[in-house]
Design a binder for this molecule. Structure first.
Ligand SMILES: O=c1ccn([C@H]2C[C@H](O)[C@@H](COP(=O)(O)O)O2)c(=O)[nH]1
Length: 497
């Protein structure tokens, strides 16, 4: 008997990410991985499938997907698309396949919580609150097929939709879920500056800043994120071969970096299911190779302040999925080339490290091309990212907390107290405190302050040099108060003694 599916009464109930899914009334769930779900949906009728959704991450996505499947026992078939480079890199489709093939064991998750660990080479976890017998029942009640292409996935779904309706494998199952709302410290919302030597170090500081003072907001998808608006990250000394900490706490591996850099540097043809690549926007989208344009611009006019590349197309308002990276600007000052990139929206936990490394590779490429075509042998200046919505999604909050606990304190311990604002030399002369402001390197005198009141002096200094480091200002406060006390007690004062 052939069955078209129209007669079923099945309705998929999604408790997690309900607005991210496309619903039908069949018995097959389709996981499209990193391929946009519309690329599959457009070839099918709603009666062919129960639900169609994407799966990006094994550590973040699978747990919610399994919870949704447990709520929908009428789903008896699962087609998992595992087709693109992104799928291979993320490993989510593979890990989900391994869940159905191999099952789970009790273990600790990446954030140290007791969890069910999927028996897979790719780390993936399911929350321990989900009953193990229910997981077993789910695994054995659903027929699972991997598809290596869109066509194969569509054919598999159509094949299943021809089958006779099968009874649900049980009753809908729901398990408790614990959520922890973070404590948010007060702080300014707009405009934040973070600086670090490497991408890895800067990332930890970024995560700390957003996690401590970011505003908790709905994401526009399902769920929440913690957000700061307009965050500038300045990375001063990323080495040419990139710094990966040991052990690597970044959400990117060296093995993926080469592919990712190619997505930024190289043109690529339109691929079904992929909305855009940055390389395509830069190399060909607007009918010009913008990387070539900026290289030629700077070779011809080394002081140019117009070495701009744009990735935003005005047509991007007409459809979803517009590029997050929108504007790139290069500038040469003192024989060094800086690159500033503006991202309208930036997932600072999962995406920023790769974004930053890709942009650093672009900066190096432009430096080297300028060197090939001219006499200019430029140094690599800083990489600067301006993330307009700088956010951390709620499903990575616990990973972010763990990173802060394990790395932030260590990074703060290694801080050098160099302040580009300069140095302040404190003395007592003629019964007054005298503060001399000098430049950081050469020690040239650039300012002088006098008085007896420490607080007044600190305020004057901070007003005149508002970019002074907060710990430097605090140090000055202490030293100036010591000097003021010495005047009162008629004692001699020596700075730092
Ligand atoms: O290179 C990228 C691409 C995407 N994203 C993140 C930003 C958002 O969290 C999400 C895209 O969502 P939309 O703004 O397009 O809805 O992906 C990045 O951080 N960097």
């Amino acid at each position: 008997m052939t069955h078209t599916g129209q007669t079923t009464q099945f309705r998929y109930t999604a408790q997690h990410k309900p607005n991210q899914l496309i619903y039908g009334n069949g018995q097959t769930a389709v996981i499209t991985g990193w391929t946009v779900k519309q690329a599959i949906t457009k070839h099918l009728q709603p009666s062919d499938y129960a639900v169609i959704g994407q799966l990006y991450s094994p550590t973040r996505g699978i747990n919610l997907l399994i919870r949704n499947l447990l709520l929908n026992p009428h789903v008896r078939y699962l087609v998992i698309l595992n087709a693109t480079k992104e799928d291979k890199n993320a490993g989510a489709s593979q890990c989900l396949l391994d869940f159905f093939h191999n099952g789970v064991e009790e273990s600790l998750s990446d954030t140290g919580r007791k969890s069910w660990k999927i028996l897979s080479a790719i780390p993936g976890y399911i929350e321990i609150d989900i009953d193990i017998n229910s997981l077993g029942k789910l695994r054995h009640s659903i027929e699972v097929q991997e598809a290596k292409s869109i066509t194969q996935a569509v054919n598999l779904v159509k094949k299943y939709s021809q089958r006779e309706i099968i009874e649900p494998w049980g009753f809908p199952l729901e398990f408790p879920m614990s959520t922890v709302e973070p404590t948010v410290l007060p702080g300014s919302r707009y405009g934040h500056r973070i600086e670090g030597k490497t991408i890895a170090e800067t990332w930890v500081k970024i995560i700390h800043r957003i996690k401590t003072t970011g505003t908790i907001r709905p994401t526009g998808y399902d769920g929440k994120w913690q957000e700061l608006i307009d965050m500038i990250a300045v990375i001063t000394d990323e080495p040419a071969d990139f710094y990966f900490p040991e052990p690597n706490y970044l959400p990117i591996h060296r093995s993926f970096l080469e592919q990712y850099i190619s997505q930024i540097l190289d043109d690529s043809p339109n691929r079904e299911g992929v909305k855009y690549t940055y390389g395509q926007r830069l190399r060909s989208w607007f009918g010009r190779d913008q990387i070539e344009q900026v290289v030629n611009k700077l070779v011809g006019e080394i002081d140019a302040a117009s070495a701009v590349m744009t990735l935003w197309d005005v047509k991007d308002h007409d459809q979803g999925g517009s590029p997050c990276l929108n504007h790139i600007w290069l500038r040469i000052v003192d024989n060094e080339l800086s690159l500033t990139a503006t991202l309208r929206s930036n997932d600072m936990f999962a995406a920023w490290p790769a974004n930053a490394m890709g942009l650093r590779a672009l900066q190096k490429h432009i430096r080297d091309e300028i060197a090939k075509r001219s006499e200019y042998d430029l140094k690599m200046g800083p990489l600067i990212t301006l993330s307009q919505s700088a956010h951390i999604y709620d499903d990575t909050w616990s990973n972010a907390e763990q990173l802060i606990q394990e790395q932030y304190v260590a990074i703060c311990r290694n801080i050098d107290y160099y302040d580009p604002t300069g140095n302040f030399l404190i003395e007592i002369a003629d019964g007054q405190i005298v503060v001399t402001h000098t430049t950081p390197g050469s020690g040239e005198i650039v300012g002088c302050y006098y008085g007896k009141n420490a607080l007044k002096l600190v305020r004057e200094i901070c007003a005149a040099s508002p970019a002074i480091r907060p710990d430097h200002a605090a140090y000055l406060g202490l030293e100036l108060q010591k000097a003021a006390d010495c005047i009162k007690l008629d004692k001699s004062y020596i700075q730092d003694k």
